[in-house]
Design a protein around this ligand. Sequence first.
Ligand SMILES: Nc1ncnc2c1ncn2[C@@H]1O[C@H](COP(=O)(O)OP(=O)(O)OP(=O)(O)O)[C@@H](O)[C@H]1O
Length: 240
Amino acid sequence: MSVDPILQVDGLSAGYGPVPVLREVTLSVPAGTIAAVLGANGAGKTTLLRTLSGLLRPTGGRVLFDGADLRAVRVEGLVRRGLAHVPEGRGIVAELTVDENLRLGGLWRRDRADARLAQDEVYQLFEPLARRRRHAGHQLSGGERQMLALGRALIGRPKLLLLDEPSLGLAPRVTAQIMALLRRLCDSEGLTVLLVEQNVRSALAVADQGVVMSLGRVVMATGAAQLRDDEKLRHAYLGF
Ligand SMILES: Nc1ncnc2c1ncn2[C@@H]1O[C@H](COP(=O)(O)OP(=O)(O)OP(=O)(O)O)[C@@H](O)[C@H]1O
């Protein structure tokens, strides 16, 4: 496993208008690893992902993604450099078919044959989608929508995947499948994942590190195994 951080966040602050939310967040994510971002509702997890993907402008600090300073790169540039963001609520186009939604994910790729290949790979990864390729997004179940959002992001062959609450509304079995897939892609393809999850157990089961946020700050960052195994630590920082 490489130890180079593909994502380095130093003293990042951001908010909504005059309301500060992120307060000097610092974290480092090595390439090919999964960092689980945990914390209570309102801790700032979603705001962190939105700032990292360029949707919110930082008010302070620095973000380096694959060596590039976030302030110097536009959102399209971030996507081209290999950043993909799957927001909470999933963001698929409900009126378009599964096929069409996936094609959107491959649009910016110059090599069409390559995009086609990736689409076939997504259908292999998520069999239920292959069976429903001509169904519209709004006809899919919650789990299928999550697979579609994830598949669409993966088609761009991202280096860094920002994933917000992938388990939301999913059956535990589907959540476990998605977590196992992420682990596999990290180990075999070098994918890096920043995973925001309310389902702490599922996230820590596959993560390399746990980053706990509270009131817009990182209050602890440690190995996921330590958080998983140390009941006192879990109790102190996660309340169970
Ligand atoms: N669009 C917005 N405008 C103003 N304030 C917002 C906006 N979105 C979030 N906030 C506020 O920012 C703070 C952090 O919210 P955020 O959604 O980032 O937290 P979170 O840790 O992801 O929580 P949750 O798990 O509930 O999504 C909260 O106080 C929230 O009310």
